[in-house]
Design a protein around this ligand. Structure first.
Ligand code: HEC
Ligand code: HEC
Length: 291
């Protein structure tokens, strides 16, 4: 009897403890949420405040990115690629090294630019203050910003002059580091690994096809292109190449990649003049023709 009472009171204590715990847990998350709403972003002279973006986010972003920022908004089921899950703190468009958080200005630029070949629109119609506030709000969803600092931005040396030699060198880099395994021997997105690729959340993903002329997701300038393959697109199979490609070679590669795209460029013009064809560099003749 005494033993049963003891058990009974133990159970009661357990129930009370659990109830108290969940009560204090709820309190903690509310406090945590309030604290995170104090998150700021700093872009040049602008300071963004997460708390100020609550209305804008609910109006323009929630349908895709969800109330909790987990990418599970009501429209998400119809979209491919899926909206970003902000709670993970992992982003494609960064000027920082792979695996690190982006700069506030990276998020700000992404929000203004949108992501081509996806349903993420450009939010340039919003004011820069609103976009800065939204950048802070995007950050407030992930605890990573409480414990980590953004990574170091990669350095981009000044763009050299494009020459025939650089185009050929860029083609060699494309072969050597095996961009073709995914992007295909001529850059059409049909390499031997292309069909099997998945993103970090196990969803199928296709490599970019340089010939279809879509704008890159993370910016369109030569510097953007340099940055895209040197930092990698985190969360996708597109790796960072900063350990395998030297800065000078990276510029060669930028110029060669431009020859694969349909848009006019100086690189494309030179490639035409020298008859550079996409694909493996044509093997030199086994022996010089006899005269
Ligand atoms: C119609 C759906 C849709 C709406 C509305 C939308 N997004 Fe997105 N967003 C996406 C999709 C889809 C992606 C992922 C695209 C990809 O991975 O290529 C994305 C990605 C992002 C990213 C991550 C970019 C990166 O570098 O990985 C940010 C930041 C972002 N959205 C912010 C916003 C903000 C802020 C708003 C509201 C002003 C918003 N989005 C509204 C669909 C949407
Ligand atoms: C393991 C496969 C793989 C390899 C190897 C690879 N890529 Fe990618 N790459 C991808 C995937 C997948 C994407 C698409 C990511 C996305 O849409 O979010 C991509 C995207 C890109 C983009 C951006 C396209 C856009 O829409 O913004 C560029 C540029 C690029 N790759 C260049 C390269 C270069 C240059 C190399 C070699 C140095 C290379 N890639 C090697 C898989 C790969």
């Amino acid at each position: 009897m005494r033993r049963m009472m003891l058990n009974g009171s133990l159970v009661l204590t357990a129930v009370v403890t659990v109830a108290l715990c969940s009560f204090s847990w709820a309190q903690a998350t509310k406090a945590e949420e309030d604290r995170r709403l104090g998150m700021e972003s700093h872009i040049g002279k602008l300071t963004g405040h997460a708390a100020a973006a609550q209305g804008t986010y609910r109006r323009y972003c929630v349908g895709c990115h969800g109330v909790l920022g987990d990418g599970e908004g009501e429209n998400a089921q119809w979209l491919d690629p899926k909206p970003r899950n902000f709670t993970l703190g992992i982003f494609k468009c960064r000027s920082t090294t792979t695996g690190t958080l982006p700069l506030d200005s990276d998020l700000f630029d992404t929000i203004g630019r949108g992501l081509d070949s996806s349903n993420m629109p450009s939010w340039n119609p919003l004011s820069s203050q609103e976009r800065a506030d939204l950048a802070a709000y995007v950050k407030h969803f992930s605890a990573r910003w409480v414990t980590e600092k953004p990574g170091t931005p990669i350095e981009i040396p000044k763009k050299p002059e494009v020459t025939a030699e650089r185009l050929k060198a860029g083609q060699e880099v494309f072969q050597r580091v095996e961009c073709w395994k995914c992007h295909g021997p001529t850059g059409m997105g049909n390499g031997p690994s292309a069909a099997t690729l998945t993103d970090d959340q196990n969803r199928p993903i296709l490599p970019y096809n340089f010939h279809d002329g879509n704008r890159f997701k993370c910016g369109t300038t030569d510097e953007d292109l340099y940055r895209i393959f040197m930092t990698g697109l985190d969360g996708t199979p597109m790796p960072s190449w900063s350990d395998n490609i030297k800065p000078d070679e990276a510029w060669d590669l930028v110029f060669y990649l431009r020859t694969l795209q349909p848009m006019k460029s100086k690189a494309k013009e030179i490639a035409r003049q020298i008859g550079l064809k996409p694909g493996a560099p044509s093997a030199a003749p086994a022996s010089a023709p006899q005269q």
